[in-house]
Write a protein that binds this ligand. Sequence first.
Ligand code: GLP
Length: 232
Amino acid sequence: MKIIKTKNYQELSKKVAEIISEQIKVNPKSVLGLATGSTPVGAYKELIKSNLDFSEVRSINLDEYVGLDGSNEQSYRYFMEKNLFEHINIKKENTYVPNGKGENLQKECEGYEEKLSELGGVDLQLLGIGLNGHIGFNEPDKIFGKNTHVVDLDESTLEANARFFDSIEEVPKQAITMGIKSIMQAKKILLVVNIPEKIKILEKAIYGDITPEVPASVLQLHQDVIVVYCEE
Ligand code: GLP
């Protein structure tokens, strides 16, 4: 595991964008595993500024709320469009986000796993971390190992994500997320952490016991992880 500490969020965003850019330069047809949340927004801005060629890039996102379709401003599809896709030359048909409005969610999950293998797996997976150690929407649990699945969100996740909604009642209670197994199959993983409140859980994840109670701790078992973090 390679750990990089940056001075501040701006430097962190530049570093993350640089790592993603390198990946695309080395392989213009890269499959990027992308994340939402406030953490990657700065890196996405840097990528937009860079004028990098995304015309052959494929992207597949970690997760989506159940019940929201892509036109809903709180959906992760909408987030990706506004914060990245609309500003770069990626082809819309090469971008994948789970369909939270699917009639048969089980089928959606299976289809997502099929899409992952059709794409040949993820070359570079970008991850944030939740205050409870979740990655994607894999909440603390008794076991690791699930593929893409529907998850009941923890109360603490609903509280943390309520800031994006008018009230906590509006936060969907479920999400579709790539599983730990799907995430661990990525060739390279980039974990990004940027607020002081998350330093404790980051330390637990990278130096503590490997346990599904801290989902991100599984990353200790992956052979190519870069952690970029700052404390302000
Ligand atoms: C959300 C997302 C995660 C994200 C995490 C941290 O719930 N499902 O993919 O990494 O929480 O979000 P933020 O970057 O806003 O702190």
